[in-house]
Structures are given as structure tokens and as C-alpha cells.
Write a protein that binds this ligand. Structure first.
Ligand code: ZN
Length: 268
């Protein structure tokens, strides 16, 4: 039920009003499409949005926080980050692709995740990650070239890491959590990263990207080690049977994923 951002410092990057994926002007777009709301059981009608920032935030000390609450849960949140052509074109096609199997996954019903379906799921998660990353432009950390790659190559960028996992939902579980890691190498190039964790019913999807390949390598090892999540990008398995091939994780482990990026923060 939350949408949150965790940041290290603020630095505006992109022009407002331009589509993230092309030169078009932006229109209204929901973070989660209507089908997500339709498949989830009813629940509380409120979203909390937490933005935490400042170097102390990554040292476990008290960060500066901004908490806001909105009417309607996260499925009602919209952003203006893509143009009509993208929204009604490739983004809608992608939404239709995942709509063919994600509803079963969300409610824990058996379904086959073929190679193609895992790729659709990875692209969909990358799109959500980009959208939520851009929602608060002052905290944005995904480069525009990664957005363009997702659209033009029909794949997430090569250096991105995406996993799926399973956490059995007791009621309406819906949320997207975004964490930033802003850091710069000695020449002033951005070498931070971001993670996005999406929870929809029984489905947990975790996305990480960083221009620092060594950080990505450590991050991958850190997430893979407990063997609770299955990498879907880069692809690791030809197919999966949901839910049997995916181990169940606890709510605590699911919450820990959201904070995993803190482990990789450089000293403030
Ligand atoms: Zn566009």
C-alpha cells in the first residue's frame, strides 16, 4: 500500500513534459493498469508516500523524511511521463502480454512461465521501475538511454537485474518501493543505482540497475544467495511452473529486499 522513495541527494536530471521514451509530449498514465485493481481483493483506500533523503539515511540514522498520504491506493496513482503514442502503442501491448498470465500469478494459481512470458514480465517490471523513478524528477536516477533501450530493443538494458519471487498474500497486497543510491566516482560520473520492488498479491518482482558493474555483481550475489528469487533478467531458466518452482519467502524477507540497496551505499 505504499509508494516510497529513498534518496541520497537531490539533483534534477530530465526535462519535465517530454516522454521518457521518445520526443513526444506527456499524457496521463496510471502506474498500475485497471486489470491489477480488478484481480486484487478490496482493501484500504489510502496510499502513503515516503521520501527519505540526506546522507544520514544510508547510515541507519534518522533520515529527513517527507510523508504524505493520498486518497485511493497505489493502483489509483498516475504519472505524466509518457506520450500518447507510447502509452497506446508498445506500452499497452506490453500490458496486454502480462495480463495474459499475471492475474493467475497474483492469486497463486498455477501457470507456466515460458521464456517469452518471463521476458514480458521483466520488460513490464523495468517499465514500472522507470515510471516510478521518474515520478519525483528531483530524485531520478535512471538514465534516458536506458528508457530508450527498453522501448527500442524490446528488452531491459543489458546491465539491469530483475528477479521474481513469491510471498503468499493474506489480503490486498499492492505496492511499489523505489530506492536510490546516488554516488559519483572521482571523475564526477554517476555510479549509484536504484532498486524497485513491486508486490502484487503473491508476486514479488525486484529490479536493480547501476552503471557500476562491480556493484551490480555484488548486488546480484547478495540477492541470489538465499535462493529465494529467480532471475528473469538476464534470463536464467527456459521456463518455470508457477507457483511450484518458486520458493515462498516471508514478509520480512520481502521487506528486507526493499532495503537491500543500503548495503551497497558508499560511506557518506
Ligand atoms: Zn513516447
Amino acid at each position: 500500500m505504499t509508494i516510497s522513495s529513498f534518496v541520497r541527494s537531490q539533483k534534477p536530471k530530465r526535462k519535465q513534459g517530454q516522454c521518457l521514451f521518445c520526443d513526444g509530449g506527456v499524457t496521463k498514465e496510471h502506474i498500475f493498469a485497471q486489470w491489477v485493481d480488478d484481480v486484487l481483493p478490496p482493501g484500504p483506500d489510502e496510499t502513503s508516500h515516503t521520501a527519505s533523503y540526506g546522507p544520514l539515511a544510508f547510515r541507519g540514522e534518522r533520515p529527513t523524511r517527507r510523508d504524505t498520504k493520498k486518497q485511493g491506493d497505489v493502483t489509483t496513482i498516475f504519472v505524466r511521463k509518457a506520450c500518447k503514442t507510447c502509452n497506446e502503442g508498445w506500452m499497452r501491448l506490453l500490458e496486454d502480454e502480462v495480463k495474459a498470465f499475471m492475474p493467475q500469478m497474483i492469486i497463486g494459481s498455477p501457470c507456466v512461465l515460458s521464456n517469452d512470458r518471463m521476458l514480458s514480465l521483466a520488460r513490464w517490471a523495468a517499465l514500472k521501475s522507470i515510471t516510478v523513478d521518474a515520478k519525483t524528477p528531483e530524485y531520478t536516477s535512471i538514465p534516458r538511454k536506458d528508457c530508450e533501450t527498453l522501448k527500442t530493443s524490446e528488452q531491459p538494458p543489458k546491465n539491469w537485474l530483475i528477479w521474481i519471487g513469491r510471498c503468499v498474500a493474506a489480503g490486498r497486497e499492492v505496492g511499489i518501493q523505489h530506492r536510490f543510491l546516488k554516488s559519483y566516482d572521482p571523475s564526477g560520473n554517476f555510479d549509484g543505482g536504484q532498486s524497485t520492488t513491486i508486490r502484487l498479491g503473491d508476486v514479488v518482482v525486484h529490479v536493480f540497475c547501476s552503471p557500476d558493474l562491480m556493484r551490480s555483481g555484488f548486488y546480484k550475489h547478495y540477492i541470489d544467495q538465499p535462493k529465494l528469487m529467480i532471475p528473469v533478467w538476464p534470463p536464467s531458466k527456459p521456463s518455470l511452473i508457477w507457483p511450484n518452482s518458486v520458493p515462498a519467502m516471508s514478509d520480512e524477507r520481502c521487506l528486507a529486499l526493499e532495503e537491500a540497496i543500503r548495503v551497497f551505499s558508499p560511506p557518506a
